[in-house]
Write a protein that binds this ligand. Structure first.
Ligand SMILES: Cc1cc2nc3c(=O)[nH]c(=O)nc-3n(C[C@H](O)[C@H](O)[C@H](O)COP(=O)(O)OP(=O)(O)OC[C@H]3O[C@@H](n4cnc5c(N)ncnc54)[C@H](O)[C@@H]3O)c2cc1C
Length: 414
């Protein structure tokens, strides 16, 4: 007679869908599955305690909020989340995926069976080493808890060092300046945001921050960290003497949370390789958001729009409904001071930049040798980005002289 072990799991066919990660991608996938009629068991494993929320306000509105009027920017209302009938495992971490058995091992000891699995684990802020992690005056920013800690410390802070001149670092710099904090940015690369935009845009960002009183040290070499008797951060660099700061924030990018996928043997490059339907190299496992390589561009985009829209496609594919495939270009935005900056497309070699200044709008339009759009960066001009999306989709040939002439209406090129 066969015995039933206490660790026996429901057979995979009845096990339902499991999502690992309760962020932007996990949230949109869960909502889409229910919207498209999935009525089976839906389990979300999240190591945060909160309902699905958006991260963009964490470096902007949340830091600037004097009281508590800016709360968690929920993806969906509490009622909508309740209606999704999610079997939450939180705050709980998924520790391992056993792809052959279709089981996820949780740090609670549970063995969670799945019929299909979505990995949407996002990233963790990168830090130079453990000295930085354990320093009392060094913070990072990824989660709501991080943002609340940073918001409190900024209120007691006169001098702030930001290590890393990328988007998150620059947004924190802008918010801190608005709060009257003296800000110094240290960037090892020669220019700001070097990986995501061209030189002309980097220079515009530098000007924006310098004109708002930020000290920016690019090409700063190795950055050192010490601690004085008051617990302040002592930051030195190849171009500056060691200096005490009340607070330091490290914004040097993220380590994508890829260990589950790697240990499960999924195909990987800089992220998890997925097809246009979010499917990984294992037929029952999908991936979405920051961890999933863009199916056509082959790199991890790490943007709000990608996390939302690519996870919607992945969820549809899990149900085999309306699975048309994801083919949107890279698009993200950043708010710094009074500038809304939108970035469409990714930089490429062999392009030339056409600039257009028209009132508050400043466009950087990168064209290839055939004068087709490769990347557009728009300061305060969301309408131009919408046009750019059309130009990209149509591979439209453009006239640089028209583009740079503020007297010429771009709307005629719709
Ligand atoms: C401060 C900040 C500002 C931003 N501003 C902008 C912006 O202005 N514009 C823009 O386009 N994009 C912005 N982004 C990027 C955007 O928010 C991310 O691309 C998006 O959140 C990615 O969604 P995701 O679901 O892939 O990852 P996340 O939202 O990070 O969610 C992943 C979740 O999985 C959890 N998790 C990880 N591992 C496990 C595990 N093993 N078990 C259980 N749970 C796990 C994580 O804790 C997290 O809750 C910003 C990001 C940050 C941090």
């Amino acid at each position: 007679m066969s015995q039933v072990s206490p660790l026996a799991v429901t057979p995979p066919t009845e096990a339902g869908i499991v999502i690992i990660g309760g962020g932007q991608a996990g949230g949109w996938a869960a909502k889409t599955l229910r919207d498209k009629g999935y009525s089976g068991v839906l389990t979300v494993v999240s190591d945060e305690s909160y309902d699905f929320y958006e991260r963009p306000p964490l470096s902007k509105a949340v830091l600037l909020d004097e009281g508590e009027s800016v709360g968690l920017s929920r993806l969906f209302s509490a009622d909508v989340v309740a209606g999704l009938d999610i079997s939450w495992r939180r705050p709980i971490r998924a520790e391992r995926i056993l792809p052959d058995e279709q089981i996820v091992l949780l740090n609670s000891g549970e063995r969670l069976a799945y019929s299909q699995l979505l990995i949407a684990t996002g990233g963790t802020p990168r830090v130079p080493d453990s000295k930085w992690t354990n320093h009392p005056s060094v913070l990072t920013l990824r989660s709501w808890d991080n943002a609340i800690a940073l918001k409190k410390r900024l209120r007691q802070c006169k001098t702030l060092a930001i290590v890393g001149g990328g988007w998150i670092g620059l947004e924190i710099a802008a918010s801190a300046r608005k709060l009257g904090v003296e800000v110094t940015v240290f960037e090892r690369q020669d220019v700001l945001c070097q990986r995501s935009v061209g030189l002309e845009v980097s220079q515009a960002l530098l000007k924006l921050h310098q004109s708002n009183g930020v000290q920016v040290h690019c090409a700063c070499g190795d950055i050192t960290l010490g601690e004085d008797k008051q617990g302040n951060a002592l930051i030195g660099s190849g171009v500056t003497a060691e200096q005490a700061f009340d607070l330091a924030v490290v914004g040097i990018g993220v380590e994508l949370n890829l260990s589950l996928a790697r240990d499960a043997g999924l195909a990987m490059t800089s992220g998890i390789v997925v097809d246009a339907n979010g499917r990984t190299s294992h037929p029952a496992i999908f991936a979405a958001g920051d961890v999933a390589c863009h199916p056509h561009l082959g790199l991890c985009i790490q943007s709000w729009a990608y996390a939302q829209n690519q996870s919607i496609v992945a969820a549809c594919s899990m149900l085999n409904t309306e699975a048309e495939g994801y083919d949107e270009p890279a698009w993200l935005w950043s708010d710094q001071y009074d500038a809304n900056i939108q970035i469409l497309g990714i930089p490429a070699a062999g392009t030339h930049c056409v600039e257009r200044v028209d009132g508050a709008s400043h466009l950087f339009i990168y064209l290839n040798a055939d004068n087709q759009l490769v990347q557009m960066v728009a300061f305060n001009d969301g309408r131009a980005i919408k046009l750019g999306k059309r130009w990209l989709a149509a591979n439209r040939t453009l006239d640089p002289a028209q583009l740079s002439d503020p007297g010429f209406s771009l709307m005629t090129l719709r």
